[in-house]
Write a protein that binds this ligand. Structure first.
Ligand code: NAD
Ligand code: DAU
Length: 338
């Protein structure tokens, strides 16, 4: 018997695989990852000699491959992280988002049901709920109202998972988390982008007025939430996770500049993201009550540690400075970046 993690070479997946090896040392872990631009096997290089961990290079949309992985490894539970995850890229081209997030999830779900997997944990996002005004929080009963192609693809996958439970009685649990930060996050996302631009002496692009609000959670707390949902969640349910840590983008950028000893004159207000969601804030009381989960990482400490991690691992960002990421940065920001 083994656990299957999809997208384990990405940011959250790699942090989750590491947690799983610590928390369930007797379970074998298989990581199925297509190694897109965001997947980096080096994120799990510390597990190279771990005989209970195995990497399989492949796509979740490849049904024969998924069938083989599920049966060869007698997969008992699936933790589904694999996705196209960046909103700005979904605005440039939604095709890969539909292929992986919708069709890939459908393939993985159907194959998992056919293979009689005991539980399927679908890792989703708070972005499926749309945007909040000044007040209120997303709860699990908030209607889904996705605003970006990324969010629409994730909401579609949530619906497929929900329908699979309702129609076939398949044991599924959905997790919906707010904005993660921490080690191994791809530098297209706000926090690592700001850190790596500061390190490279580049300007910091802030979309629009920077007054949009995100609820930040350390990746270790999200990973612990996914595991708690697997262990204690009720079949067919969704659970929200958030950091109870709302920040405007502009205040977060200023905090990082301050932390890294750089002036606020590096800030550049650039064209806003089309359809930019104003505010996300999560009510995670259901997860606290029913899963025994709670946020553990203090934001100031988590952020300082994250800056420390990027500073201690310049080679990691350096490797990502591939032709592909350069091209994306140029088309997104109009100048050469990291
Ligand atoms: P990421 O972009 O860092 O990693 C995605 C991983 O999935 C990569 O390793 C990539 O190679 C792999 N992948 C992509 N398409 C694949 C395919 N077709 N087959 C197999 N592997 C494939 O993403 P992340 O930020 O770690 O997010 C992981 C999951 O968590 C996603 O489902 C995302 O929607 C969700 N999520 C992310 C956040 C966040 O703040 N980053 C918050 C809530 C939920
Ligand atoms: O809420 C969960 C979601 O958080 C996840 O589902 C997504 O996978 C993840 O990418 C993240 O989405 P966001 O769009 O909120 O994250 P991002 O880091 O791209 O942007 C955070 C905020 O910062 C957002 O309001 C846009 C803004 N921003 C972002 C970038 C990259 C800027 O102002 N400038 C930038 O250059």
């Amino acid at each position: 018997m083994a656990f299957l993690v999809t997208g384990g070479c990405g940011f959250i997946g790699s942090n989750f695989v590491r947690l799983l090896r610590r928390a369930e040392p007797r379970q074998r872990v298989v990581n199925l990852d297509a190694l897109t631009y965001a997947g980096n096997p080096a994120n799990l290089s510390d597990l190279e000699n771990d005989s209970s961990y195995q990497f399989v290079h492949g796509d979740i949309s490849d049904r024969p491959l998924v069938d083989r992985v599920l049966s060869e490894h007698s997969i008992e539970a699936v933790f589904h992280f694999a996705a196209e995850s960046h909103v700005d890229r979904s605005i440039l081209d939604s095709g890969p988002f539909i292929r992986t997030n919708v069709l890939g999830t459908q393939t993985l779900l159907d194959a998992s049901r056919a293979a009689k997997v005991r539980r399927f944990v679908h890792v989703s996002t708070d972005e499926v709920y749309g945007s909040l005004g000044e007040e209120g929080f997303f709860s699990e009963t908030t209607p889904l109202a996705p605003n970006s192609p990324y969010a629409a693809s994730k909401a579609s996958s949530d619906m497929l998972v929900r329908a699979c439970h309702h129609t076939h009685g398949f044991d599924t649990v959905i997790t919906r988390c707010s904005n993660n930060y921490g080690p191994y996050q791809f530098p297209e996302k706000l926090i690592p982008l700001v850190i790596s631009n500061i390190e490279a002496g580049l300007p910091i692009p802030v979309y629009g007025n920077g007054l949009q609000v995100r609820d930040w959670i350390h990746v270790a707390d999200h990973a612990a939430g996914v595991l708690a949902a697997f262990r204690n969640g009720k079949a067919g349910e969704a659970y929200n996770f958030g950091g109870r840590c709302e920040k405007t983008n502009i205040s977060l950028v200023k905090t990082l500049l301050n932390l890294m000893g750089k002036p606020e004159t590096l800030i550049r207000h650039v064209a806003d993201r089309p359809g930019h969601d104003r505010r996300y804030a999560i009510d995670c009381s259901k997860a606290e009550r029913e899963l025994g989960w709670q946020v553990r990482v203090d934001f100031s400490k988590g952020l300082a540690d994250t800056v420390g991690w990027y500073r201690a691992n310049p080679g990691w960002v350096e490797t990502i400075r591939s032709g592909d990421y350069r091209r994306y940065y140029q088309s997104q920001y109009g100048h050469r970046g990291v």
